[in-house]
Design a protein around this ligand. Structure first.
Ligand SMILES: Cc1cc2nc3c(=O)[nH]c(=O)nc-3n(C[C@H](O)[C@H](O)[C@H](O)COP(=O)(O)OP(=O)(O)OC[C@H]3O[C@@H](n4cnc5c(N)ncnc54)[C@H](O)[C@@H]3O)c2cc1C
Length: 462
């Protein structure tokens, strides 16, 4: 029963980053994690395994569709699904062990087990109660389902089941056209499944820039994904091997049915606070079931903080990490800050989709005078060379000051390129600053510069 400056509950990207920073800042730190491995949702059943499967299946797609065009002849590879899952598991293992190494290196104690907070300043794990001057809750989130849909993780699955399916389904119905649904839908479409995405709204990826939504859906359709839009799922009837999805179209209330071998419920995630005992100690919650925090991630109970998916804001690993670092600085008595206006969002399909800052719709709604600089990857030599000429970079800048307000990219390596604009926005840069920065040729990033040029006197290769 040790005594700590900080005990963090949960070793996801929020918790483990917070722990490392706390230790670096000289605080005696422990993390309680109930899973057998560190890294939380992200490393175990989220970002990392999904990206491994996206990489493997994208490589398959390249071999099937683009190798011959580059003069690479021969039999296209066949899929050994257990071996592909083993590769994914190995990638996860390398990453989770990496966090264990970092904990040892930084002298962060890992207390194994599930934590509760019997009273402020105390963390209970099993029979043991540890003292903590400060407690940071980083307990993350879990998949949420719909009324009338019972998840069994075999036929009706969440993203966790989608990473471990026994076999590749012939027919997959994905409920929800958000990031997770489209990434996992892409994986299985590339593996040969007939994929139908059923979405309640009329657009995919809610909240994204409308231009991106349209182009992205068109590209995904070309890749073989089917979409049923404006459809409210009523129920899923499942047997041991099959399911029927019943939905109503919102436009005319007509009822329809889809057959599937597997149904992926990808309708979002909800904060995970089970077993923490927050109600007993009076931690205030938001209406949406998140832990309520102030601008310094403090809850209403002195000495208890919360970060990551369990509080409000986008459920993203890097947002959780930023909050983890920032709250560590708060606890060490330093100044800290997270700029919520510059948190990028990325979808790791092919092409990738990335965005930061305001969408055009948001600027319209705010009544802000803005200009648009847009550049198609068709004018980018490098993108064309790798069969990725579809998509564009769209920059939004203030009409009068030219200050960058948002960026929306659909194209190759969009998830990496977006950071040029993130840095520019952090520095309050104008589109012209990006336009006047020399960009190496031939790179995809030249498309960002061209879009910035389009905010001024015009792009060159348009
Ligand atoms: C399929 C999928 C793909 C994703 N892809 C991306 C992506 O590409 N990029 C991205 O930014 N985000 C992605 N996300 C979201 C990302 O995983 C989360 O935003 C991120 O993991 C949140 O971090 P966190 O630290 O808040 O919580 P989590 O990662 O959820 O970690 C919380 C940890 O706390 C532990 N815990 C909970 N309660 C207790 C307790 N009482 N005692 C002890 N331990 C406890 C849990 O076991 C868990 O390990 C994806 C999510 C999914 C499901």
């Amino acid at each position: 029963m040790a005594s700590y400056d900080v005990i963090i509950i949960g070793a996801g990207p929020g918790g483990y980053v917070c722990a490392i920073r706390c230790a670096q800042l000289g605080l005696k730190t422990a993390v309680v994690e109930g899973r057998d491995t560190l890294g939380g949702t992200c490393l175990n059943v989220g970002c990392i395994p999904s990206k491994a499967l996206l990489h493997a299946t994208h490589s398959l797609h390249e071999a099937q569709h683009n190798f011959a065009a580059m003069g690479l002849k021969g039999k296209a590879p066949s899929v050994d699904w257990p071996a592909m899952k083993a590769y994914k598991t190995d990638v996860v293992g390398q990453n989770t062990k990496g966090i264990e190494f970092l904990f040892k290196k930084n002298k962060v104690d890992w207390i194994k087990g599930w934590a509760s907070i019997p009273e402020p300043g105390k963390v209970q794990v099993g029979e043991e109660v540890h003292d903590a001057k400060n407690i940071v809750i980083a307990s993350g989130s879990e998949a949420s389902s719909l009324p009338g849909v019972n998840v069994d993780e075999k036929v009706v699955i969440t993203s966790t089941g989608a990473l471990e399916l026994g076999k590749i389904p012939k027919k997959l119905v994905v409920i929800g056209a958000g990031v997770i649904g489209l990434e996992m839908g892409s994986v299985y479409a590339r593996l040969g499944a007939e994929v139908t995405v059923v979405e309640f709204l009329d657009e995919i990826t809610p909240g994204m820039d409308k231009d991106v939504q349209k182009t992205f859906q068109r590209i995904l359709k070309k890749q073989g994904l089917n979409f049923v839009m404006g459809a409210a799922v009523q129920k899923v009837d499942a047997t041991k091997t099959k399911a029927k999805v019943t939905y109503k179209l919102r436009k005319d209330d007509s009822e329809h049915m889809l057959d599937a071998d597997t149904v992926l419920v990808a309708t979002g995630r909800k904060p995970f606070i089970n077993g923490l005992g927050l109600d007993k100690i009076g931690v205030a919650m938001t209406e949406r079931g998140q832990i309520a925090t102030d601008a310094r991630w403090a809850t209403n109970v002195a000495g208890i903080y919360a970060i990551g998916d369990v509080i409000e804001g986008p459920m993203l690993a890097h947002k959780a990490e930023d909050e983890g670092m920032a709250v560590a600085e708060v606890l060490a008595g330093k100044a800290s800050h997270v700029n919520y206006g510059v948190i990028p969002g990325v979808i790791y399909t092919a092409p990738e989709v990335a965005s930061v800052g305001a969408t055009e719709q948001q600027l319209k709604d705010e009544g802000r005078a803005y200009k648009v600089g847009k550049f198609s990857f068709m004018g980018n030599a490098r993108a064309k060379a790798v069969f990725q000429g579809e998509g564009f970079v769209k920059l939004l800048a203030d009409k009068d000051t030219d200050r960058l307000l948002g960026a929306h990219i659909i194209g190759p390596a969009a998830g990496d390129m977006i950071h040029e604009i993130c840095v520019a926005m952090e520095f309050g840069a104008a589109a012209q600053d990006v336009a006047m920065t020399c960009h190496a040729h031939p790179t995809y990033s030249e498309a960002v510069r061209e879009a910035a040029l389009a905010c001024g006197d015009g792009a060159i290769h348009a």
